[in-house]
Design a protein around this ligand. Structure first.
Ligand code: ATP
Ligand code: MG
Ligand code: FE
Length: 347
């Protein structure tokens, strides 16, 4: 079963072909990071125009790299939301056009569900691939979301908690900016932290006892205060120590709450996905604990890509889900349970 995935929710124009929900035959990502870096963030109108410019070439490239024609594809999966309306519509229209022309099924996918299913994608040879087992706890840490989700089966999501303010990736991006690092802040902070002392500054870890929620705005403010104090004192800026101490606070917060939830809900495994799951300190911290097997997406598939959309599309296809050509984008679509997903929502 070969699914063509298309993803244009934000600033990556992406297309990929995935075999049986696990094995990427191609994965093309045209990133607009260079275009948006001058604004220090994503500029929606520019993103939409850029998607229109590149979408044809990206889809063609994905088919070419997979050595397949559109006729040899079994279904087309596309991100419907959440995301920027003007960006989503470019990918969805492309997918509708391809589905109409080739008489292939169209499957609208939630971007967050895509991130979760990136953990099903193999980076190794088929024989070495061990997909996640249920029941599992998914920690979704991306640029716009930080959520703890319980999954008892494929396509069944129970949200335990989420961030009350900044997403983890957003915190990395904002702190990166206030440390004067390049956009996006996540990879820049990881790099800056390499030779830093993570105990140099003790930044707050918001525990939010009694809930499965997260909060990162206090941490961000604490870093800002520290930077301001350092500037006033004229003692210079220990960038590596600041980056390492901030990163350690985020990692601590994420890992401790996730393990606590995993014990409480007696899951078999943990899955970590979303752009921040590329973070090496976070990966190390999860790998160092021995209580639960932890699944991560292959490093290159943590940030936005279309292979994850095709992977989620595969499991929807197996469940018999298919959408009409009249579906619309859902820019604020929350991650819902299967029951709700399978009922074609009025959009
Ligand atoms: P969402 O998926 O919530 O709609 P998004 O698609 O913008 O948001 P992703 O593409 O999943 O987010 O991830 C981008 C985020 O991941 C950015 O905030 C970026 O800083 C962060 N990120 C990427 N690599 C790393 C890293 N190595 N360490 C920490 N953060 C990282
Ligand atoms: Mg992006
Ligand atoms: Fe994303």
């Amino acid at each position: 079963m070969r699914i063509l995935g298309i993803e244009t929710s934000c600033d990556e124009t992406a297309a990929a072909v995935v075999e049986d929900g696990h094995f990427p035959l191609s994965n093309v990502v045209a990133s607009q990071i260079a275009v948006h870096a001058q604004y220090g963030g994503v500029f929606p109108e520019v993103a939409s125009r850029q998607h229109i410019r590149t979408i044809y070439a990206v889809v063609n490239e994905a088919l070419e790299q997979a050595h397949l024609s559109l006729e040899e594809i079994d279904a087309i999966a596309v991100t419907r939301g959440p995301g920027l309306p003007g960006s989503l519509v470019v990918g969805l229209n492309m997918a509708k056009g391809l589905a109409l022309a080739s008489h292939k099924p169209l499957i609208g996918i939630n971007h967050l569900e895509g991130h979760i299913y990136s953990a099903w994608l193999a980076s190794q040879e088929p024989g070495d691939h061990h997909p996640p087992q249920f029941p599992l706890l998914a920690l979704l840490v991306s640029g716009g979301h930080t959520e703890l989700i319980l999954m008892t089966d494929h396509l069944v999501y129970q949200r335990l908690g989420a961030t009350l303010d900044d997403a983890a990736g957003e915190a990395f991006d904002k702190v990166g900016r206030l440390l004067g690092l390049a956009y996006p802040g996540g990879p820049a902070i990881q790099e800056a932290a390499r030779n830093g002392d993570e105990t140099a500054f003790h930044f707050p870890r918001a525990r939010l006892e009694g809930t499965w929620d997260f909060s990162f705005s206090g941490l961000k403010t604490a870093v800002l205060r520290t930077v301001q104090d350092l500037q006033k004192s004229g003692r210079g800026m220990p960038l590596a120590d600041l980056a390492a101490s901030f990163q350690a606070a985020v990692v601590d917060t994420l890992v401790s709450k996730t393990l606590h939830a995993a014990r409480t809900f007696r899951v078999r495994e943990i899955l970590v996905a979303g752009g921040v799951s590329a973070n090496l300190a976070l990966r190390r911290a999860f790998q160092e604990q021995r209580e639960f097997p932890v699944h991560f997406p292959p490093p290159s598939l943590c940030t936005d890509n279309a292979a994850m959309i095709a992977a989620a599309g595969y499991f929807h296809y197996l469940a018999g889900h298919q959408d009409g050509l009249d579906i619309d984008v859902l820019p604020t679509w929350p991650l819902l349970t299967t029951e709700t997903l399978s009922a074609p929502s009025a959009s």
